[in-house]
Write a protein that binds this ligand. Structure first.
Ligand SMILES: [Cu+2]
Length: 254
């Protein structure tokens, strides 16, 4: 199957990330609560129609203080339960995963990745064999992001023209690429495979073409690829080619 292709169903794209199930569970619980709420409201409507079909309600049946309190109370409870659950569980996800950069900071094998979004492609930069950005052996790829399975991938993202949206649908990752700032996120692949890198902000006439491949390799396969790509990059390095030197010094404290 080509990346991004999937059977036409209403289901979410297949989850290939170590934390994507938390987003899926959040959406599933929200949908369940909304379905319950919709069923209650529709049931209530049907009951009211049945009850008042022959004898329309009089002013005495509604508009009283008691009925207003009932309606207000139910509305507050419904919003509190549905949105409150979503809010609290979202905070948990942010604290434990999305904003928890201690995981990529502390993991010895974390892959650091600089991404440059531009009309209409994704450029990725790896530090290369020397582990430092901005040196001759930096590996730069075009619409071709490669990461190892099972380790954190720490992304720092910029845009060199307009606002783009970095999206890994199979990893439940979305991050704005904004000119003039470095945004950060991290994710971890749960298994090997080839997945889609998409742009989720309309960014110009060829926005629809702005897609790449995310290839998740075995740790050994990744190390072998990076070693060889880094060697070739060092050989092909041209100090005068300033357009190729768009990287930045890694920012360790997000
Ligand atoms: Cu774009």
């Amino acid at each position: 199957m080509t990346p991004g292709a999937q059977a036409r169903t209403l289901a979410l794209p297949e989850n290939a990330s170590a934390h994507g199930h938390r987003i899926d569970a959040l959406m599933a619980s929200s949908h369940l609560l909304e379905a319950v709420l919709a069923a209650v409201m529709l049931g209530w409507l049907v009951l009211a129609v049945g009850r008042f079909r022959r004898a329309p309600p009089t002013a005495v049946d509604g508009g009283t203080r008691r009925s207003r309190l009932w309606v207000m109370g139910l509305a507050v409870v419904a919003v509190g339960v549905v949105d409150g659950t979503l809010f609290v569980r979202s905070l948990g996800y942010l604290d434990e995963v999305l904003w928890n950069f201690s995981t990529p900071v502390n993991h010895p094998d974390t892959v650091r990745l600089e991404l440059n979004a531009h009309q209409w492609a994704w450029e990725a930069r790896y530090a290369g064999e020397d582990g430092r950005f901005g040196t001759a052996d930096d590996v730069v790829t075009w619409n071709d992001v490669r990461v190892p399975v099972g380790v954190p991938v720490w992304v720092q993202l910029v845009s060199s023209d307009v606002v783009h949206g970095f999206a890994l649908p199979n990893f439940r990752v979305k991050l704005d690429a904004v000119p003039g700032r470095v945004n950060q996120t991290w994710f971890q692949a749960a298994r090997e495979g080839v997945w889609e890198v998409a742009c989720y902000q309309h960014c110009g006439t060829s926005h629809y073409k702005m897609r790449g491949e995310l290839t998740v390799l075995s740790p050994r396969g990744y190390a072998a690829w990076l070693r060889e790509a880094s060697r070739q990059a060092a050989q092909a390095y041209d100090a005068a080619d300033t357009a190729a030197h768009w990287g930045w010094a890694w920012r360790d404290a997000p």
